[in-house]
Write a protein that binds this ligand. Structure first.
Ligand code: 5GP
Ligand code: MN
Length: 341
């Protein structure tokens, strides 16, 4: 038996909301990752099984390494399907918002979702949720939204409705948001849930290979460039920084998702507890931050890069040039010395 994390009144409200409708839109954050796709698709499979009419809409396309996920072929991305998405959102009787805490994380979809007439249910594990939803199921102590979806379905009394496809999606999100159970993963019940998913038929080793071992040669060479030439270490601050310019990315035929995971690599160096990755996008610099132990990656992101996230995994953005962004970071690093263990 796993413990009842989600409050009873939220379960009651969610059940009532789901029971009374058919058309359900499920949305996630811009740049959907394994947990965004895992949680939305798991919920989609579940709602299909109980004979609802769900559709998953994500603000921007998901990376190729997630295209094996069952149901991903039915996912709409707002960027390329605006008209159809707007119609579905307008007709929706219920909207689930998964794996993000602020409406702005839906990027160009934010306004249309916030203003939609359908009631909204937020299911998420980031700190400080906005209150744009009618029902907010927010548990930052849980390491993935996919785990929360498992817990939600169970509490709705529908464990038996979790089919293999649904279980695979839940496992994928649990795995990706914990770096394959290497961080945020000391929760004992994670492993009880995994055991249940394996009983349903999930091949966890195969999912690991499908997510982590399907990159292109170009991606690996780009990683080589990052580690050989582009990684800077600040031993005094136990920090590392990797930057990638548009030019470097195009040299290696960069596609969406190719830099996934780069930010984690410097943490494998003895003496590095804080790692930052800056990637030059067309209109901004996208920044990923990771830490281990108690160093607050989310605080640095909030202070410097208009972002946020979790203690050990955060993100943000900068509208300065790449060089200016690096300078801002380096100038600020001494301010965080007290947070080092
Ligand atoms: P990633 O580095 O994988 O893009 O993001 C890591 C985590 O940081 C995400 O799970 C999310 O919580 C948070 N995050 C990423 N980008 C942003 C951002 O632009 N704003 C905020 N508030 N959080 C972000
Ligand atoms: Mn997540």
């Amino acid at each position: 038996m796993i413990s009842k994390i989600i409050a009873e009144d939220l379960i009651t409200k969610a059940k009532k909301a789901i029971d009374s409708v058919d058309k359900i839109v499920i949305v996630a954050h811009v740049g959907p990752d394994g947990d965004a796709m895992g949680s939305t698709l798991a919920l989609w499979h579940y709602l299909m099984t109980i004979e609802k009419e769900p559709v998953v809409i994500v603000p921007t396309p998901f990376p190729n390494f997630l295209s094996w996920m069952p149901g991903s072929e039915c996912v709409l991305d707002y960027e390329n399907n605006k008209e159809q998405s707007d119609k579905l959102i307008a007709e929706a009787e219920l909207i689930f918002a998964l794996d993000f805490n602020q409406a702005s994380r839906m990027a160009k979809m934010a306004d249309v979702i916030v203003n939609a007439s359908a009631p909204k249910i937020l299911v998420d594990h980031h700190l400080h949720p906005d209150n744009f939803a009618n029902i907010t199921i927010s548990y930052p102590e849980i390491s993935s939204t996919s785990e929360l979806i498992f817990r939600l379905i169970c509490r709705l009394g529908d464990f038996s409705m979790i089919n293999l496809a649904c279980a695979e999606c839940i496992y994928t999100g649990m795995m990706t948001d914990t770096g394959a159970f290497t961080y945020n993963s000391n929760g004992q019940e994670i492993y009880i849930i995994i055991a249940e998913l394996i009983k349903i038929g999930v091949d966890k080793d195969a999912i690991y290979r499908k997510v982590f071992n399907t990159y292109s040669a170009d991606r690996l060479r780009l990683m080589g460039l990052c580690l050989y030439e582009k990684m800077k270490i600040y031993p005094e601050y136990r920090a590392a920084l990797i930057t990638l310019s548009q030019q470097e990315m195009s040299k290696f035929n960069y596609v969406n998702g190719d830099a996934e995971g780069f930010v984690n690599i410097p943490l494998s160096i003895a003496g590095v507890d804080f790692s930052v990755f800056m990637r030059e996008d067309t209109d901004k610099i996208k920044i990923s931050l990771r830490s281990q132990g108690t160093f607050p990656a989310n605080k640095v992101s909030a202070d410097l890069f208009n972002g946020g996230g979790h203690l050990n995994a955060a993100g943000g953005e900068s509208y300065l040039t790449l060089t200016e962004t690096v300078k801002k970071f380096e100038d600020a690093l001494p301010n965080y010395k007290d947070f080092l263990e």
